[in-house]
Write a protein that binds this ligand. Structure first.
Ligand SMILES: Nc1ncnc2c1ncn2[C@@H]1O[C@H](COP(=O)(O)OP(=O)(O)OP(=O)(O)O)[C@@H](O)[C@H]1O
Ligand SMILES: [Mg+2]
Length: 273
C-alpha cells in the first residue's frame, strides 16, 4: 500500500510525519519503505544518511533509469528501508516533461518492489508539480499534515480542490486517508494563551468542514521532534517515553485502522470516507 504525505505548503510536518509514522509502523513489524521525493532530502538526512552519500537517490531512479533494487538501502530501524531524496529531483519537471508517460514514472519504478513492503510512504516536497502528480498517481492513499493557522486552512481548501481535479481530470485513483493536525500548542492554561485559542478555533473549523477526514490524533508542538533528526533518530529512538512518541504510536494505530477500513474489513469506516 502506497501512502503519499503531501501538502504544497511548506513546513507543515510532512517529513516529520513520514519519518515517525514509518518508524512507528516498522516498530510494529510491518515492512516499510520510505521514498524521499524531496530535493532537500530532509527525511533521508533525518534517518542518518550523510549529505555526501545520498546517491543513488530517488531522482536517479526516476529520471536516470538507475535500478530501484540497488538504490534502496536499510536504515538503523529494523524493517524500515529508504530510497533517498536528492538534488537531482530539483530538475524533475524539466526531465519528466520530455519523457513519455511522464505522470506514471513513479508507479512504474515502484512496481517491481511494491510487494516486498506492507507500506510505502512517500515524502513530498512542498509543491504541486509533476513529481507530486507522479506520487498521487502511484499512491493508494494520501495524508495531509496541516498546521492550525488561518492561512493553512485556505491552502488546504486549494490543495483538496487540486487533488479533486487530478482525480476527475486525470483519472487519479487515490483516497484521502486523513488530515493530521500538527504543531498544536499544548498548555494547561488555554484561556491565557491567545495562540492556542486561535489554534483551537481553526481545529474546530477543520472538524466542522472535513468531519471524520480529520484524524482524531493530533501531534502537539514538541521540541523533541525537532531535535531527533540531528541525532539521526526517530522520536521512538530519541525520546521513547515522550508525549510525541505516544502521539505517533497512536497515529499509526489510527492509520492502520483506516487502511483496514479501505480494505473492506471495517464497513463503517468505508461508508464514513
Ligand atoms: N509537532 C512538532 N513540534 C515541533 N516541531 C515540529 C513539529 N512538527 C514539525 N516540526 C518542525 O517543524 C519544521 C518543519 O517540519 P517538517 O520538515 O516535517 O515539515 P515539512 O512539511 O516536511 O517541510 P517542507 O515543506 O520544507 O518539506 C522542522 O524543523 C520540524 O522539526
Ligand atoms: Mg519535508
Amino acid at each position: 500500500m502506497v501512502i503519499v504525505v503531501i501538502n504544497n505548503k511548506g513546513g507543515t510536518g510532512k517529513t516529520t510525519t513520514c519519518v515517525n509514522l514509518s518508524a512507528a509502523l516498522a516498530n510494529l513489524g510491518y515492512r516499510v519503505l520510505l521514498v524521499d521525493l524531496d530535493p532537500q532530502a530532509s527525511a533521508s538526512l533525518s534517518l542518518g544518511v550523510d549529505y555526501s552519500n545520498l546517491s543513488p537517490s530517488s531522482g536517479e531512479v526516476l529520471l536516470e533509469g538507475y535500478s530501484i533494487e540497488k538504490a534502496i538501502r536499510k536504515t538503523n530501524i529494523n524493517c524500515l528501508d529508504l530510497l533517498t531524496g536528492g538534488i537531482e529531483l530539483a530538475h524533475s519537471d524539466l526531465v519528466l516533461s520530455d519523457i513519455e508517460d511522464r505522470e506514471n514514472k513513479l508507479t512504474e519504478v515502484l512496481e517491481p518492489i511494491k510487494d516486498r513492503y506492507d507500506y510505502i510512504l512517500c515524502d513530498c516536497a512542498p509543491a504541486l508539480s509533476l513529481l507530486q502528480v507522479n506520487a498521487l498517481i502511484a499512491g493508494d492513499h494520501f495524508i495531509i499534515p496541516v498546521v492550525p493557522e488561518y492561512l493553512a486552512l485556505e491552502g488546504l481548501v486549494n490543495l483538496m480542490d487540486v487533488v479533486e481535479r487530478f482525480k476527475t481530470g486525470m483519472g487519479v485513483d487515490i483516497d484521502l486517508l486523513g488530515i493530521i493536525i500538527n504543531k498544536l500548542n499544548s498548555t494547561p492554561f488555554v484561556f491565557l494563551n491567545r495562540e492556542l485559542r486561535n489554534q483551537l478555533d481553526i481545529v474546530n473549523l477543520l472538524r466542522e468542514h472535513y468531519g471524520d477526514k480529520v484524524l482524531k490524533t493530533t501531534i502537539k508542538r514538541n521540541v523533541q521532534l525537532t531535535e531527533a533528526p540531528s541525532y539521526n533518530q526517530s522520536i521512538f529512538q530519541y525520546a521513547p517515553k515522550s508525549n510525541a512518541a505516544q502521539q505517533y504510536s497512536q497515529l499509526a494505530e489510527e492509520i492502520l485502522m483506516r487502511c483496514n477500513g479501505f480494505n473492506g474489513s471495517n464497513q463503517g469506516l468505508n461508508q464514513m470516507m
